[in-house]
Unconditional design. Structure first.
Lengths: 177, 222
């Protein structure tokens, strides 16, 4: 009887131990939920202008930012570091006070509404939130240019927050023809 | 009248003989009460009360006072060497020792639990490794979560396999130890039975109505 009791205790303990679920550690640096430290810096690289055809407005497709145009700016950022850059959100530091330059999408983050995806999300089939180490990728910004903003440089500042909680400031400027 | 008296005498004699034979038929050697009394105290023998529990009158020493779970002396199983058989073939050695057929069930149970546990651990380890490697190489957050979930599920399989393996080893070890103990007692009682084979003991309580004294007689015959 005593042996039976001891055996029962052993078996119950084993069953309880087997119910304990172990978990792998999240160490993939491309995993937004990984508890790791990523080392990199972001720097502005260049801007590309994509003309958007809107009825009633000019869209000549010459790649220049002109008045009376709706355009999509591809602001290229370079990851200078050894780890991937994973962005959780991003904003402009402040709305530029330039007469005739209108930013249609303020939120350039990747999680909230009005998303502006990083990189080649369309080809990869999922929301890309990272820039590979040493690579260059872009954020999209929709703008509209009114006639008052003619022939001048407009300075802008991105404030980008990554999944490590770090805030990266990116300064750049675009020229309006 | 004379014939009638002869007939009556015949009937009485016949009844006495029949009754006496019946009494003799019930009389057994082991039923004879044994007690101590002086040679001059023969009268008190007539008033002796025999205690009801006749089982105490005589018993074989090799049939009593055994390890509680052991079989009778003439059914003792294999000795301590059966433990080594049990170590290689769990349940078989125990069956040799206790002669209980259900002991053989331990053979598939132990091999099944140990083999199954190892198989589960190997399967889980492979799945966990493969899926964790996929997670580490994946850049898509959705797929990362999926691969990591599969890898964690595989860890659960490993834990379950480990539990089954340890359980099998525990049962294997316990039954081996039990077989050694059982075999040891088998050897012990076999030796004792051989030593006490033709020896007998008797235990006889009694009460003398005449002297109003109790008596208790324990004797061992070598």
């Amino acid at each position: 009887m005593k042996n039976t009791k001891n055996l029962s205790v052993i078996l119950i303990t084993l069953i309880l131990c087997s119910c304990y679920k172990q978990e792998h550690t999240r160490v993939n640096k491309y995993d937004p939920l990984a508890d790791v430290t990523r080392t990199y810096t972001l720097a502005f690289d260049h801007v590309e202008v994509k003309d958007i055809v809107v009825p009633g407005y000019v869209a000549d497709g010459d790649g220049l930012l002109e008045v009376n145009e709706n355009a999509e700016l591809h602001v290229y950022l370079k990851n200078n570091g050894t780890d991937p850059c994973l962005l959780s959100e991003g904003t402009f530091d402040e709305v530029v006070d330039v007469n005739g330059f209108y930013i249609k999408n303020f939120d350039i983050g990747t999680n909230d509404g009005g998303l502006q995806f990083l990189g080649s999300s369309a080809t990869k089939g999922y929301t890309v939130q990272y820039i590979d180490p040493g690579a260059t990728d872009y954020l999209k910004v929709d703008v509209h240019i009114y006639p008052a903003c003619t022939n001048q440089d407009v300075s802008l500042v991105f404030m980008l927050t990554d999944y490590d909680g770090e805030i990266h400031q990116v300064n750049f400027s675009v020229h309006v023809e | 009248m004379k014939h009638f008296l002869r007939f009556l005498l015949f009937v009485i004699l016949l009844g006495t003989i029949v009754t006496g034979k019946s009494a003799m038929r019930e009389f057994k050697f082991n039923d004879i009460p044994k007690f101590n009394f002086d040679q001059n105290d023969l009268e008190s023998e007539t008033g002796l009360l025999i205690m009801q529990n006749q089982k105490f009158n005589s018993f074989e020493l090799n049939q009593t006072n055994k390890f509680s779970m052991l079989p009778p002396g003439d059914e003792l199983g294999a000795g301590i060497m059966s433990g080594f058989v049990s170590l290689a073939l769990p349940g078989v050695g125990l069956y040799m020792a206790n002669k209980k057929l259900y002991s053989l069930a331990l053979l598939p149970i132990c091999y099944g639990m140990v083999g199954g546990g190892i198989a589960l651990m190997m399967k889980g380890a492979k799945s966990a490794g493969d899926n964790y490697d996929l997670y580490l190489a994946e850049k898509n957050p959705t797929l990362q979560t999926e691969y990591l979930g599969l890898a964690d599920d595989a860890l659960f399989v490993i834990a379950r396999g480990k539990s089954i393996l340890i359980g099998g080893i525990a049962i294997w070890g316990l039954q081996t130890a039990w077989t050694f103990i059982y075999g040891r007692y088998n050897d012990f009682y076999r030796a004792r039975n051989a030593k006490w084979k033709n020896q007998e003991a008797s235990f006889n309580p009694g009460y003398d109505f005449k002297t109003k004294t109790t008596s208790l007689n324990l004797s061992i015959k070598f």
